[in-house]
Design a protein around this ligand. Structure first.
Ligand SMILES: [Zn+2]
Length: 73
């Protein structure tokens, strides 16, 4: 995957979750890590399977890009 900022090839890697799904939650609804489990959001990982997700990293721009394939709002 090419970085959308600098167009250099990004490095493929993986982000591992802990016990719970990693979620993206809108800033306006974020209540902090403790109630994160109960908040609806875009789930990036599934703790019942591997609980990890592929991510592409650009060292130059310090950006990480994640393909979201399990949108659950
Ligand atoms: Zn870049």
């Amino acid at each position: 995957m090419k970085c959308p900022y600098c167009e250099v090839e990004m490095e493929k890697g993986i982000i591992h979750g802990d016990r719970y799904a990693i979620k993206w939650i809108e800033e306006t609804r974020d209540k902090g890590a403790i109630v994160n489990f109960f908040q609806k959001g875009v789930k990036l990982t599934n703790p019942w399977t591997s609980n990890s997700i592929e991510a592409y990293y650009c060292k130059a721009c310090k950006k990480i890009i994640i393909d979201v394939n399990n949108i659950e709002l």
